[in-house]
Design a protein around this ligand. Structure first.
Ligand code: UD1
Ligand code: CA
Length: 467
């Protein structure tokens, strides 16, 4: 069945108390508004119009980023109510016949199946207006569904216009409708603002439809219909969304130790047989390959993790690639533009930045390796530092294949160490090391036999003098 879609997103969202327009607040890494638009498109809407007003430019930019050429915007210059917003939107809807799916932009939990539920209702009922209703534990802020003695819908009453008895009604209007296009065009043209808000209310269209031939409703789970008015709602919706995302991954074969403690952004891709331990955070466009094991507390953003890689607890990585069977952490820090080769090991308190690590290379303890090009099978001892910054410029350190670096060495970049060279412990490398060479640059040690006791005696004497 063909239908068009419209999302209302022109309001300011005053209750968010924010500089950012409400519908741009993120949930699981995407702006709120992304979700209902995505749901409409996925449900098969032929054309989607988003009504914008507050924050118009930023919202249009967002839509162009995620839905290039698939969404049209309509401008509502003044927020005169949801009915007025629909009137503005209709000017951009090219279809003249058929159904229009309508929803508010502040409903991030809507999915394609929500709209499909309504669509199937339109197939069995000839009503002019089909809408979802839901039972809310706390109905505050929602329009109430007013029914007659035979349970037919009479109207939707906004909370502010409700009597005490009506306020007690728990069946509410989530704001998801499917309406006959010719009918809605006519009905919004006749709206009046004789209500508490002095606005043109879309909900008044329900009353008109009820008079003219009926309204059909379908009850739906509140879990998909919760709207965001303030930041408390935002947090509640995000929790539901995160749980949904985690469950979807679990159903597709990902082992997730605790579905409520992981945080996985919308865009993340995880293959079957990967494992996520508790409190793992995967942001942005992470891609986790099969068999990868992400241990407790790892925080990854835009990171690709190769097959069977093992990220030990509290590894933090950003915009980087981690090769197959590589091992990181605990407490490794991989900063942007780094690549860790197959089977490489990056251990505790090792920090990388814009560094390539070759296959099988190891840096297992306490090192800063910034702006490095590390070949295959390089071994880097504890406490190694790439001195990459001279206060003005960043320079690279190149360690070719097979290089061995003793502990506590520094590389003053730009610097290059040739294939299979050996850098002795505690060397400050300031001159390039040729292939196969041994570099040692440390002060020669002197041993004074028996001098320890002598030294202690002297030290004690000076301490006594101090008193
Ligand atoms: C609306 C419904 C209410 C329903 C509730 C569900 C109306 C009159 N009321 O109330 O019955 O229970 O949603 O969450 O429809 N908007 C515009 N232009 C405007 C006004 C609003 O585009 O002039 C947009 C807003 O950006 C928002 C949506 O419409 O995305 C809903 O507006 P909001 O002010 O949040 O309506 P509610 O008071 O929540
Ligand atoms: Ca709302």
């Amino acid at each position: 069945m063909t239908f068009c879609g419209m999302i209302l997103a022109a309001g300011k969202g005053t209750r968010m108390k924010s500089e950012l327009p409400k519908v741009l607040h993120p949930i699981a890494g995407r702006p709120l508004l992304f979700y209902p638009v995505h749901a409409l498109l996925e449900a098969g809407a032929q054309e989607v119009v988003v009504v914008v007003g507050h924050g118009k430019d930023r919202i249009e930019q967002m839509l162009a980023t995620y839905f290039p050429d698939r969404v049209v915007t309509a401008f509502q210059p003044e927020q005169r109510g949801t009915g007025h917003a629909v009137a503005c939107g209709l000017a951009k809807v090219t279809h003249t016949q058929g159904e229009l799916a309508l929803a508010y932009g502040d409903m991030p939990l809507l999915s394609a199946s929500t709209f499909q539920g309504l669509l199937s209702l339109t197939q069995t009922s000839p009503a002019l207006l089909h809408m979802l209703t839901t039972w809310a534990d706390s109905a505050t802020g929602y329009g109430r569904i007013i029914r007659d003695a035979s349970a037919s819908v009479l109207e939707v009453k906004e909370e502010r216009d409700c009597t005490e008895v009506e306020t007690a009604i728990r069946e509410v209007n989530p704001g998801v409708y499917m309406v006959d296009l010719p009918f809605i065009r006519k009905a919004v043209g006749n709206l009046e603002s004789n209500n508490a808000q002095r606005e043109l209310l879309l909900t008044d269209v329900v009353k008109v439809a009820a008079k003219q031939g009926g309204v059909a409703t379908q009850t739906w789970d509140f879990a998909e219909l919760q709207g965001v008015n303030d930041r408390r709602d935002l947090a509640a919706c995000e929790m539901r969304m995160l749980r949904r995302i985690a469950e979807n991954h679990a159903l597709r074969g990902v082992t997730i130790r605790d579905l409520d403690s992981v945080y996985i952004d919308h865009e993340v891709h995880i293959e079957a047989d990967a494992t996520l331990q508790n409190a793992v955070v995967l942001r942005g466009a992470c891609q986790i390959k099969r068999g990868a094991f992400i241990d407790v507390g790892c925080v990854l953003e835009d990171v690709q993790v190769g097959e069977n890689a093992y990220l030990k607890p509290y590894t933090v990585a950003t915009q980087s690639r981690i090769g197959q069977e590589a091992q990181l952490g605990p407490f490794a820090h991989v900063r942007p533009r780094s690549t860790i080769g197959r089977r490489a090991q990056i251990g505790n308190f090792v920090e990388l930045k814009s560094t390539q690590v070759g296959e099988g290379s190891k840096a297992n303890h306490l090192s800063y390796l910034g702006d490095g090009d590390i070949g295959d099978h390089v071994n880097i001892g504890a406490g190694t530092i790439f001195c990459n910054y001279d206060g003005t410029h960043k320079h690279r350190t190149v360690l070719e294949e097979g290089v061995f670096v003793g502990s506590d060495s520094q590389f003053v970049a730009p610097i290059k160490v040739g294939k299979n060279a050996y850098v002795g412990t505690a060397t400050t490398v300031t001159v390039d090391v040729p292939e196969g060479a041994l570099a040692i640059g440390r002060v020669r040690q002197v041993n004074k036999p028996g001098y320890a006791a002598e030294l202690r005696k002297r030290l004690r004497r000076t301490k006594a003098d101090d008193r």
